[in-house]
Design a protein around this ligand. Structure first.
Ligand code: JFZ
Length: 469
């Protein structure tokens, strides 16, 4: 809608995870102050502080495409790309605008679901490739205010997120199949490219980015996408990156703003390219990547946008273990939900978010603010770690396969043990730990407290000295 911008109150949130059985824990989760930093490197660390501590976020793909719900003329495998994959003419697709009326949308409910799952931030599609905007933009009428719904969804979600201590973040597509100045034209469309001007489109894009960064209070991440198009250049990426930095230097920007991303693995290795973190899509890197921030984004089934035919849901067990796997490699997990056209999360998503939340309620300490495992691999599961004080490191041993003989072998570690316990044990009863050559052996109770992933705490003296196996 082309009217005037709305001003929102600026509130900063500080997320402080609760740690369990110990004193003197590090203050993780707090947002560091950028003003104190004098070098770029420090600025980067300060900017990334809350994001590194958060480890877990919710991705939401929502837009007009939720209405066909994956189906077009008998084909049921479409999704947020439906305009492209079904080659839908503009006027026909645009009719969805008058049908978009998600009367069951409740921002508070969505944010509470994410928070209960243990998620610390939400990335939602302010605009996907189809060009439709879920927010009230002064620069287009192709937005939520032209639908019967007429409520600024971004505003409601930003406010609800702030209320519940989550960071709101925008996924904003660079590629745009609607805007007349965007180039290239799609092979399947009739519109002439004559008179189109990509620089004018870039101004439009920046105008909208300014709206997103100034009308909704502090924003955590600008998550760009669609940079792979031939028309988008490294210079355009640099320009957009610095434009965002200029508006708010605290905003984290993904690497899809520029041209440095290497395919689905999603990582930028050449420092000339901009981006604060890498974006592996639907995959988890084989190992940790020292010094590189990254976030795996993943669907719960096989589509990002809502597809009512897609029943191939990953199990809660699978997702809980993926979260531990990702944290053990020093990455973040951005897990996707594609809400329905009526404004609800599909029931299988709700079930899975709940199950993850139950696990996080007990074991969140082993995820938030942790760092990558010191071990190259472990036969029974994963490991995350936290520095407690100068003399102690806490290892979180994520046990997927509970040992039948009750002996958990931690291989190739030189440090002396201080103490071990089950994270789920609120009494913090110590577990016996013995040294066996270069391994530490923890004596476990007979049954796993959690068949999916039981976390064993092992505090050791100093920083881990691990020999590779
Ligand atoms: C992109 C989007 O096109 C998709 O709709 C979704 O939003 C996802 C999170 O991001 O998907 C991509 C991006 C890049 C590749 C493939 C899918 N790639 O480089 O092969």
């Amino acid at each position: 809608m082309r009217t005037h911008p709305t001003l929102l109150i600026v509130v900063t949130t500080v997320l402080i995870p609760v740690l369990g059985c110990q004193t003197g824990e590090p203050r993780s989760g707090s947002v560091k102050n950028t003003e104190a930093s004098s070098t770029l490197a420090v600025d980067h660390d300060a900017r990334m502080g809350w994001w590194r501590d958060a480890r877990f976020g919710l991705f939401i793909h929502w837009g007009l495409y939720a209405i066909p719900a994956g189906e077009w003329q008998g084909n049921t495998n479409h999704t947020e790309w439906i305009k492209h994959t079904a080659q839908i003419p503009h006027d026909q697709y645009d009719r969805l605008v008058s049908q978009f009326n998600p009367v069951k949308f409740d921002a508070d409910h969505w944010v509470r679901s994410a928070r209960a799952a243990g998620m610390k931030y939400i990335v939602i599609t302010s605009k996907h490739h189809d060009g439709f905007c879920l927010f009230d933009s002064n620069y287009t009428d192709y937005d939520i205010m032209s639908t019967p719904f007429q409520r600024d969804i971004m505003k409601e979600l930003a406010e609800a997120s702030r209320r519940h201590g989550l960071r709101i973040c925008w996924y904003h597509s660079i590629m745009d199949w609607y805007h007349p100045d965007y180039l290239p034209r799609r092979p399947w469309e009739q519109r002439s490219a004559e008179g189109a001007n990509l620089d004018r489109y870039r101004t439009h894009l920046k105008n909208q980015v300014r709206e997103l960064l100034t009308n909704y209070g502090p924003v955590g991440v600008m998550w760009f996408d669609g940079e792979w198009e031939d028309t988008w250049t490294h210079e355009h990426g640099q320009d957009l990156f610095h434009f965002v930095r200029g508006i708010d230097p605290r905003v984290i920007i993904n690497n899809r703003v520029d041209k440095g991303r290497g395919g689905m693995a999603g990582l930028t290795t050449d420092e000339r390219f901009a981006g604060d973190f890498g974006t592996p899509e639907q995959e988890i890197p084989a190992t940790g990547l020292p010094g590189v921030d990254w976030e795996t984004c993943m669907t719960m089934n096989d589509h990002w946008g809502y597809n009512r035919f897609d029943d191939s849901w990953k199990s809660a067990e699978n997702l809980i273990r993926k979260l531990a796997d990702i944290a053990s490699k020093g990455g973040n997990f951005l897990l996707n939900v594609g809400p329905t056209a009526s404004g609800e999360f599909p029931p299988p998503c709700i079930e899975r978010l709940r199950a993850i939340g139950e696990w996080m309620d007990v074991n969140g300490e082993a995820i938030y603010g942790t760092q990558a495992s010191p071990f190259a691999s472990l036969p029974w599961g994963r490991c995350t770690q936290k520095r407690l004080d100068s003399g102690t490191t806490r290892l979180y041993l994520h046990v997927f396969d509970w040992p039948e003989d009750g002996c958990l072998l931690v291989p190739g570690i030189r440090n002396d043990p201080r103490w071990a316990a089950l994270l789920s044990d609120t009494d913090c009863n110590p577990l016996p730990v013995a040294r066996d050559d270069d391994a530490l052996v923890i004596h476990l109770p007979e049954y796993a407290p959690d068949p999916i992933n039981s976390v064993v705490i092992l505090d050791i003296v100093g920083t881990p000295e691990v020999t590779q196996h």
